[in-house]
Design a protein around this ligand. Structure first.
Ligand SMILES: *Cc1c(COP(=O)(O)O)cnc(C)c1O
Length: 856
């Protein structure tokens, strides 16, 4: 008989093993090697089979084994010591506690997905893994994040392949009782229930699961509860599934329900709710509306509330692909807000926040709303910041793309989660410290032999893991069949290994390597310098094109002449990734530039000593230095077929003529000394830069702390500054059309200006009803090239209002004179222009209001 419902009964561990409960109840074990080693001792096979999941592990071990462990003084002693270490970790002051000055007591972090551990599959790809790594580093650094997401009953799908290589999806149903989660409860121990009003007088209810990610609390909202109808209980059924209205409900729950969940949690925990909010991608953007509603109910106007919310909100955009941006029909959004969902907030004000500038009245755009609700915004690599400034520049009309207020903080990866235990052990054996990020890998203290030996073990681990996975996949495709013998000998632990794993949207070009299959075959089967390729990746279930790409790869990989050298591993996930990155010598990435916002898989590979072979996109554009790998040049052509041909050929050339020769160039001990020099260089120079600790520190100092002081200033004294700022913005916007630059005059240079000369400027500006304090009149200057009107590498400098009789104290709307000068500091083409922008020290950026007048 089939069960209609199943649940997990947690084992009652004896008192002597109670520390195991404490250790498994906090996900810190996911990046704490000694704790993992302890769990593994309980049952090494079960630990591996249950995807490193202690809760399931405890449910499966026999009473006899439990008794054995409880009687083992040594085991109990070590478990207790690890528990004490965890307690210390949770309480001791860390980096954040040592920061000087006023800082937030807590910071809210919102993401639609979280990849914290293989045991909690609440992620689909890069964004989720990044969010998981952000929480882990925040925990290690003591940054007081409170994180919010949704609890998807089906998590992300598992991938298998049909015998003709077509992706099959299954959605394993997760049982929260079998996961390291607890329910958020009222003091009377009934579960906290978050509610949202929906159209037609319906109500969506959600319970809140609480996970401990080290020092960080993660709240996950779950609608699968009896309070909801069947239809509404499915709102959190799965990640990125379902049609438009389903997505809208998920995002309303995440944003609005998320803020309500934080409030409930803060009340239970006895702490003040956060005032600084970080929202990842547009999906959680509705959180700003809930906070605006709250302030309006507290007596502020919409515009005043908006100032406060903006000041405390950080928005991170993660996609340079316009199709990747979340949009809803305006009518649908209107229907959801014409309810009691947000009492006091006018629907038209909400719709205006998501209105796209170029198609007014069109879709409701979540990224656009995100940028309007966040005073501070960033992209996730330098190149992506630049692309985003261009992509969203129509929100700041009149400004150059360079002035668009979107900065960048390059992503990072959490080193303790992604560094192979073998490499950590090597660091410990060499320097007596497990810190692989800070170690000097170039030092002769580390012998070539030891480094090579470790790299070989890591590659062999991947080969063993790949063989296990392929055999398992074959067995489930061919139930009862006899496993063909060649399956046991796929891949070779001594061959140059290229890894390639990713989600499969078109821009990632999964099949670029198949451009010239004959040439690829020759590379794979070269008698002296063969290569092998390990490929993995999931296609979005609705993406037929992506599935066809996977099928093409699988088809090629089944050719008997190459099938031992190129394999597709089904079901790419965290546990596979943790073997894959360390086991590869080369990490390949060939997206279409500039569509890879950052890309983190190559970073994870580099942390393990793999060299990157990549298009100069995302993080690689910033970090490729000629020693840490190879850059595939992006073709300059508009013909996509020609471009793929050129880029594929460059890739083959690099592999054949540079990479393989370097890898197979051995010294008398059989070690590739020159190759290892590059490995050492990569480990030593990239590890600190690519670490999520660096990223989180940057978020704290460049965005969270400034957001904290901005919002505190606006709140001070009954929101006095917020009221003033809203009024000032209204006044400046209304008066702006009367502002104009009448005339610009220059002087101070003779016919042949030289470096060191001073350019003097005088601008005549009409301000209408505004005063000189309301505006900045600026000279913008930089390099100018012949035949190009644009200025490059620009700087700005304020001109000062001239205090003479003509200006007087009482100005009357007639023109004012602004003067200043610029010193010429470099030879070559020089150009300048003059502009007027609003000025107020509560603005984070001159472009913030989107108002500008430029000299004609
Ligand atoms: C790192 C990682 C990703 C994201 O990789 P990108 O290079 O950023 O696309 C996706 N899935 C898993 C399992 C990962 O570990």
């Amino acid at each position: 008989m089939k069960a209609i419902r199943r649940f997990t009964v947690r084992p009652a561990l004896p008192e002597r093993l109670s520390s195991l409960e404490t250790l498994s109840g906090n996900l810190r074990w996911a990046w704490h090697l000694p704790t993992q080693e302890l769990f593994s001792e309980i049952s090494p096979d079960a630990w591996r089979d249950y995807q490193h999941d202690p809760v399931t592990l405890f449910g499966e071990i026999s009473q006899q084994r439990i008794d054995e462990l409880a009687a083992d003084d040594d085991f109990v002693g070590r478990a207790n010591a690890l528990r004490d270490d965890l307690k210390r970790y949770l309480q001791e002051p860390r980096w954040y506690q040592g920061l000087e000055g006023d800082k937030p007591e807590s910071i809210a972090y919102f993401s639609p997905e979280y990849g914290v551990a293989a045991a909690l599959p609440q992620y689909s790809g890069g964004l989720g893994i990044l969010a998981g790594d952000h929480l882990k580093s925040a925990s290690d650094l003591g940054v007081p994040l409170i994180a919010v997401g949704l609890f998807y009953r089906a998590g992300y799908f598992s991938q298998s392949l049909s015998s003709d290589g077509w992706q099959q999806e299954t959605y394993p149903v997760l049982d929260p009782d079998g996961l390291p989660l607890r329910v958020l409860r009222q003091p009377d121990s009934s579960p906290v229930v978050i509610t949202l009003s929906l159209p037609d007088d319906r109500v969506l209810s959600a319970r809140v699961w609480v996970a401990a990610v080290g020092r960080v609390t993660l709240l996950l909202l779950d609608t699968d509860i009896p309070e909801n109808s069947d239809e509404l209980s499915r709102v959190t059924d799965r990640l990125y599934g379902g049609a438009e209205e389903h997505r809208l409900r998920q995002e309303l729950l995440l944003g609005i329900g998320g803020v309500r969940a934080i409030r409930a949690w803060a009340e239970r925990a006895g702490v003040r709710p956060p005032e600084v909010f970080h929202t990842n991608e547009g999906h959680a953007g509705f959180l700003g509306l809930e906070r605006i509603g709250d302030l309006i109910r507290g007596g502020l106007s919409f515009d005043e509330a908006l100032q406060v919310v903006r000041a405390g909100t950080v928005f991170t955009t993660h996609t340079p692909v316009p199709a990747g941006i979340d949009r809803f029909s305006t009518d649908l959004v209107r229907r959801y807000f014409e309810t009691d969902l947000l009492p006091g907030v006018a629907v038209d004000d909400i719709l205006a926040l998501g209105r796209e500038p170029e198609t007014a009245g069109g879709a409701f755009n979540m990224a656009v709303m995100g940028l309007r609700l966040g005073q501070r915004a960033n992209g996730v690599s330098q190149l992506h910041g630049q692309v985003s400034r261009g992509m969203f520049s129509s929100l700041w009309p009149g400004f150059d793309a360079d002035d668009v207020p979107i900065t960048s903080i390059t992503n990072g990866v959490h080193a303790p989660s992604w560094t192979a235990p073998e490499l950590t052990a090597l660091a410990e054996a060499t320097w007596g410290s497990r810190d692989t990020v800070g170690a000097d890998w170039t030092s002769p203290q580390l012998s070539t032999a030891a480094l090579w030996e470790t790299r070989n073990v890591m590659r062999a681990e991947l080969v063993a893991d790949a063989r296990r996975r392929v055999a398992r996949a074959w067995a489930s495709q061919n139930p009862g069949g006899v496993t063909p013998s060649w399956l046991a000998s796929i891949l070779d632990p001594n061959i140059l290994t290229i890894g390639f794993a990713r989600r499969v949207p078109t821009y990632k070009r999964l099949t670029l390597m198949l451009h010239d299959t004959d040439r690829l075959k020759r590379l794979l089967t070269d008698p002296e310098r063969p290569i092998q390729i390990v490929i993995a990746g999931k296609s979005h279930p609705a993406d037929e094109e992506g599935k066809r790409l996977i099928q093409k790869v699988v088809e090629f990989a089944s050719d008997p002449s190459v099938r031992e050298r190129i394999v597709f591993l089904p079901d790419y996930d965290i546990s596979m990734a943790q073997k894959l990155y360390p086991g590869t010598d080369i990490w390949l990435n060939n997206p279409l530039r500039p569509f890879e916002a950052c890309g983190t898989s190559g970073m994870k590979a580099a942390l393990n000593g793999a060299l990157n072979l990549s298009i100069l996109d995302g993080w690689w554009d910033e970090f490729f230095d000629g020693e840490n790998g190879w850059a595939i040049p992006s073709a300059v052509t508009t013909d996509p077929v020609e471009r793929d041909r050129l880029e594929a050929n460059s890739m083959y050339e690099l592999i054949e003529h540079q990479i393989a020769p370097l890898f197979y160039d051995r010294n008398e001990n059989g070690e590739p000394e020159r190759w290892l020099t590059h490995v050492r260089h990569t480990l030593a120079t990239l590890s600190p830069q690519l670490s999520a600790d660096r990223m989180v520190r940057q978020y704290v100092s460049e965005l969270y702390l400034p957001a904290h002081s901005s919002q505190a200033e606006l709140r001070f004294d009954g929101y006095r500054a917020a009221r003033q700022l809203a009024e000032w913005k209204r006044r400046v916007a209304a008066a702006w059309s009367d502002v104009s630059i009448v005339h610009v005059e220059s002087g101070g240079l003779d016919a042949t200006p030289q470096v060191g000369d001073e350019l003097r400027l005088r601008a005549t500006v009409r301000l209408g009803s505004l005063s000189p304090d309301d505006v900045a009149v600026q000279v913008v200057y930089g390099q100018s090239k012949t035949g190009d009107e644009e200025l490059h590498e620009t700087r700005t400098r304020n001109l000062e209002v001239e205090q003479d009789e003509r200006n007087g104290a009482e100005h009357d709307g007639s023109a004012l004179e602004f003067v200043g000068s610029v010193k010429l500091r470099r030879p070559g083409g020089f150009g300048y222009s003059v502009r007027v922008v609003p000025k107020n020290n509560l603005l984070a950026n001159a472009a913030e209001l989107g108002l500008i007048h430029t000299a004609e």
